[in-house]
Ligand binder design. Structure first.
Ligand code: ACO
Length: 333
């Protein structure tokens, strides 16, 4: 089995920004409520005519350039998203075509906000076994397109963006040291987009009832998130033979500052090792973790040999974490 690591990173967020003050003009909310309850101050929102494939393409291209790898060399592209361009064809196929990744197999993976963790875990298996050498993993979302912009309890939380990583074999002892993934379908109703699938196909009635938009029971998701982030982080460190003091960087899913603070406190990880960018982007679902990883690297916060824990949770319910020992092979900051 090969060791598998990240040899290139890239990200993209749309230019247009909606601040909390802008939201005050749209729904009955205020900056103070949003900031104190969530930590979010603004979010980037894609234009109406920009699908998620465009965000993923731009992030993917940047990651390949960063790794100095040509699109033709990519063996597989996995796009993690809950806001695909279409139910089918897969967004990954559209991205592969845009990139000119002619030999790449491509598929989408849906694990909501845990999507990037599920996708790197999946991609690693292909590289570890030697089936593929180069896999491009992209977490991308246009959450703005599935929000009910009249629902103040959800529309203030999310943003759009994409982050990408190129995975290849790396020197033994580096790269991904452990993974843990989990799911519990009994909690599916806590966070869902009820209509538009085969259970409740699109109709005039479903549109009138706003059933194609994200519905969430926030408090229950909150409790689930704190509990699971702690448990899965402890487990994944144990699998890697590490303790909390060995963590150089902790990159949690960026949903809510209070969730992150509570989980970090329980874990006993020093706050200066925790990456937080949700104030700028809101919750970008599957894009949150790779965008935060890319920014951390480009800001010089990651050095060779650093041990990074990435942990996510989301609809499904799903959760997952990994420990990554950073290698700088092929990367330019
Ligand atoms: N502005 C002002 N008031 C608001 C707003 C708003 N934007 N939204 C809700 N309120 C009101 C509510 O109506 C309620 O009023 P009431 O007491 O008169 O009934 C009050 O504020 C409190 O509402 P709660 O929902 O109890 O507020 P809470 O402190 O739980 O915060 C939040 C809500 C931020 C959504 C929190 O529950 C949370 O972060 N949950 C987790 C969400 C999450 O992580 N989701 C993403 C999962 S990832 C994925 O897969 C997509």
């Amino acid at each position: 089995m090969f060791s598998v690591g990240i040899v290139g990173m890239g990200s993209y967020v749309p230019e247009n920004v909606i601040t909390n003050l802008d939201l005050e003009k749209m729904v009955d909310t205020n900056d103070q409520w949003i900031t104190s309850r969530t930590g979010i101050r603004k979010r980037h929102i894609a234009p109406k005519d920009m699908p998620v494939s465009e965000l993923c393409y731009r992030a993917g291209l940047r990651a390949l350039e960063n790794a100095q790898i040509a699109p033709e060399e990519v063996d597989l592209i996995i796009v993690a998203t809950m806001t695909p361009d279409y139910a089918f064809p897969a967004t990954a196929c559209i991205v592969a075509d845009r990139l000119g990744a002619k030999k790449a197999a491509a598929f989408d993976l849906e694990a909501a906000c845990t999507g990037f963790i599920f996708a790197v875990a999946t991609a690693s298996q292909f590289v570890a076994t030697g089936m593929y050498k180069t896999v491009l993993v992209i977490g991308g979302e246009t959450m703005s397109k599935i929000l009910n912009w009249e629902d103040r309890s959800t529309c203030i939380l999310f943003g759009d963006g994409a982050g990408a990583a190129v995975l290849q074999p790396v020197e033994k002892g580096f790269g991904f040291l452990s993974f843990e993934l989990g799911s519990d379908g009994s909690g599916g109703k806590l966070l869902s987009q009820p209509a538009g699938g085969s259970k409740c196909p699109a109709s005039l009635e479903t549109v009138e009832k706003n059933l194609h938009t994200l519905q969430m029971q926030g408090r229950d998701v909150y409790k689930f998130a704190v509990r699971n982030m702690v448990d899965v982080s402890v487990n994944v460190l144990e699998k890697a033979g590490l303790g909390k003091d060995d963590v150089d960087l902790f990159i949690p899913h960026q949903a809510n500052i209070r969730i992150i603070d509570a989980a970090v406190k329980r874990l006993g990880i020093s706050p200066d090792k925790v990456i937080m960018n949700l104030d700028k982007y809101g919750n970008m679902s599957a894009a949150s973790i790779p965008v935060a990883l890319d920014e951390s690297f480009k800001e010089g916060r990651i050095a060779e040999g650093d041990r990074i824990v990435m942990v996510g949770f989301g609809a499904g319910l799903t959760w997952g974490a990994c420990v990554l020992k950073w290698t700088k092979v092929g990367l330019k900051a």
